[in-house]
Write a protein that binds this ligand. Sequence first.
Ligand SMILES: N[C@@H](CCC[C@H](N)C(=O)O)C(=O)O
Length: 257
Amino acid sequence: MRQEFYKYQGTGNDFVMIDNRQQTFDKNNTKHVAFLCDRRFGIGADGLILLENHSEYDFKMVYYNSDGNESTMCGNGGRCLVAFARDLGVITDKTVFEAIDGVHHASINGDVVKLQMVDVNNIEKHDNHTFLDTGSPHHVQFEEHIEDFDIKTKGAEIRYGAPYNAAGSNVNFVKKISDDTFTVRTYERGVEDETLSCGTGVTAVAIAMHATKETNKNLINLNVQGGDLKVSFDVEKGIYKNVWLIGPAKLVYQGTI
Ligand SMILES: N[C@@H](CCC[C@H](N)C(=O)O)C(=O)O
């Protein structure tokens, strides 16, 4: 049976979207999800997302990395799913949906999606890096020569090394541009390569930069390989609340496979 799909991208982080409200998609077929995400033999994407019905909220998000495994939260994927839900007529301009890390509020205006991310209260500050979970685990470290840095090789070393080991972490390399602007390049677990953007990654970078006093701003610009994102937040007693990831999410094409 042929599968109808939609392809979306958010600052170059791209996703196969499937409307699974009728529960027709085989959710346990890891090889099939990896095939659909394969850039040579399939559609090609960093991940695959199912939009499903929810009894209480507007919809449910189910996220898979391009290796075919279901994973933790994807911020850009969440933003793209909001655009997909709007384009399907499931929502209009505001929504509340459930993902693996909990309930998310979001709004959409044209192609700009604002997605509320989880509160963050556990920030591990180490000598040369910060580790935090923004829905997915993120290692954050500075890299002055970020433009010509070998993200794939260095990112893989950190992702597979101690203390992350098999479970792994996403790895973000950061360069400070000004007090409120940072350049970020991310190695993504489950893609096992650099992606052009990572939403939970830039959220982690914005919070890490504030927590380590690299900035005192609470609206941060993040320049990524695929465009520009913004993250805003409030801080109360060391807890980062009201965290919003803001940026474009667009339909690329749709088809059947
Ligand atoms: N691209 C995503 C992150 C997706 C999850 C990650 N690869 C993991 O498995 O931890 C984003 O935009 O947040």
